[in-house]
Design a protein around this ligand. Structure first.
Ligand code: PNS
Length: 190
């Protein structure tokens, strides 16, 4: 934000928007939302309505999941948007776009997007936040793939999301293999 730029209502901290697909929301997203709340008074979680993609969860389902997760937190607002993100940010009076940066592999795409957004709307600033290390490899795409193929994702998504994944994939999901006894490492002879 430029020093001359007014914050929301002329005082306090700026309004932040956390845009994304959230298909589904992961613990990594939750971590970024928590970090955003330590810096900003209010965070708008904005779900992109992308008619070209075929998501696992409908926009309505994603809104319902995130609303349920934050029902006791008035500082988190859930909304949807289409079109340019900066136009949406301007329309709701958000001066900051928050994006999670997990690894160097995210950087190039995020860097280009931030600079393009700045070009489109110089008054909207992008802020990057790093999630806890344990979430640095977590993405919605991997969560879906692992779950669909029978892996466990219970530490990567909130329990409600895991239940919704179960509802979606249901019987087509292979059962996880039976637990194997721990393998004992053979000692090397000296
Ligand atoms: O969770 P995602 O899929 O990484 O989020 C990407 C998102 C929604 C932030 C990005 O695709 C976006 O902002 N789309 C809106 C269209 C837009 O503004 N495009 C120009 C970006 S430079």
């Amino acid at each position: 934000m430029r020093p001359s730029q007014k914050t929301r209502a002329g005082q306090g901290r700026p309004l932040a928007v956390l845009p994304g697909s959230f298909d589904p929301i992961t613990n990594g997203h939750l971590d970024i939302i928590a970090r955003s709340l330590s810096v900003f008074d209010e965070v708008v979680v904005a779900i992109l309505v992308n008619l070209e993609k075929s998501p696992l969860f409908t926009v309505e389902e994603r809104v319902a999941i995130i609303r349920e997760l934050y029902k006791g937190e008035p500082r988190v607002r859930i909304d949807t948007f289409s079109g340019l993100l900066v136009h949406y940010a301007e329309a709701i009076g958000a001066q900051v776009i928050v994006r999670g940066l997990r690894a160097i592999s995210d950087f190039e795409y995020e860097f280009k997007m931030a600079l393009m957004n700045r070009r489109l709307s110089p008054d909207v600033e992008t802020v990057f936040m790093m999630p806890a290390e344990g979430y640095s490899y977590v993405s919605s795409r991997l969560v879906k793939e692992v779950f669909q193929l029978g892996g466990t994702v219970s530490e990567l998504v909130p329990p409600m999301v895991e239940r919704r994944l179960r509802d979606k994939y249901g019987s087509e999901r292979p059962a996880p293999p039976p637990a194997r006894p721990a393998r004992r490492l053979s000692r090397k002879r000296r």
